[in-house]
Design a protein around this ligand. Sequence first.
Ligand code: FAD
Ligand code: DHB
Length: 396
Amino acid sequence: MSAPLRTQVAIIGAGPSGLLLGQLLHRAGIDNVILERQSAEHVLGRIRAGVLEQTTCELLDAAGVGARMHAEGLLHRGFELCFGGARHRIDLHGLTGGKQVMVYGQTEITRDLMAARVHAGLQTLYQAGEVVPHDYDTTLPRITYHHDGQARELRCDFIAGCDGYHGACRASAPAGALTVFERVFPFAWLGVLADTPPVSHELIYSKHERGFALCSMRSPTRTRYYVQCSPDDKVEQWSDAMFWDELRRRLDPATAATLATGPSIEKSIAALRCFVAEPMRLGRLFLAGDAAHIVPPTGAKGLNLAASDVHYLSRALIEHYAEHSDAGIDHYSARCLARIWKAERFSSWMTSLLHRFPDTGAIGERLQRAELDYLTGSHAAATALAENYVGLPFDA
Ligand code: FAD
Ligand code: DHB
């Protein structure tokens, strides 16, 4: 084994959580190294989230990586619910006293964070294999891994487990240390990315008897659309023509008539689940982002929750090094979980409102319709939706 590396905070995973944490710590003078299983190109090839809350944008600004987002991102002051053959606008800006969301892809955030990391000269070891965290119940945690064909070790003060749902950190917890909560929904999302102009300048969430559909975008010339599908479906079963036909059927006739179609440049299927592992801290190991929790995507909370975890974790670590106080570290898990459970609630509610369930029957359909009518007819109900959609404040 070659001589061990040493850093203050060892971060596992170069997704948005790990990269953002690394940048915020660096700006506070805290040294960090990232170990990532995949190559940088692979990480950048994953098409995922697209809607950012204002607090997430502020955090990207604090990390010094907000410039391109402000130049190229699209500010949205509302979105539409489509049901019963018509579109109904939710005025986010008006209902929340001036808040809005930013449409800017996770791929672009990742690209900006990777560039900032290279510029800062911070170490990222891509294609690190067999990453295993050890001894985080002591003051001398370490990580063993393989890189460039060699077995290596990274010693550190703290380990940040930013390694997603299938990562090594949560899996390393001793039996009984974590309590896991999980609900898997009986459907999935088929997503298509295409270089076509958006069908509308705002997002459309559509409830249809054939199933849910979502019209989103990445830019004025690039769209991201989703249709609810079976969790057993395979991408190969869905030709582009089948996808566009199905999306058109699930929109109101006026919108369907103006839908521009074209060849897909990416197509993928994602399962829908709620998942939370508690607590999010085990000694000197912290879980952040998808490593600790998954929300169903309806409402676009996944990436935003990862950002709020990183906000609490960066503050806690900065407090530890700068003020010699561990109060933030001690409160990290509870602070994150308070916000996470509210987002789990909202995402589950929005998922239940808009999807076709295989087993709820006619009464389920009628109750969904009543709730949609209530939302679009009641200022109080629309305000609750808008307040959650734009994102709850960090300390709510
Ligand atoms: P990840 O992005 O998963 O990053 C974790 C990183 O850790 C990865 O780069 C991975 O390669 C690395 N890693 C894993 N294991 C190891 C290991 N053993 N050693 C070293 N590195 C490791 N959210 C939304 O808000 N809207 C959406 O539309 C949306 N769509 C999604 C579609 C899919 C298919 C998925 C999976 C998620 C989607 N999400 C969406 C959720 C959102 O993308 C995530 O919440 C966000 O990526 C979380 O960031 P993260 O950094 O915590 O985890
Ligand atoms: C997107 C994904 C979501 O889950 C959502 O609620 C809105 C937008 C997107 O990928 O653009």
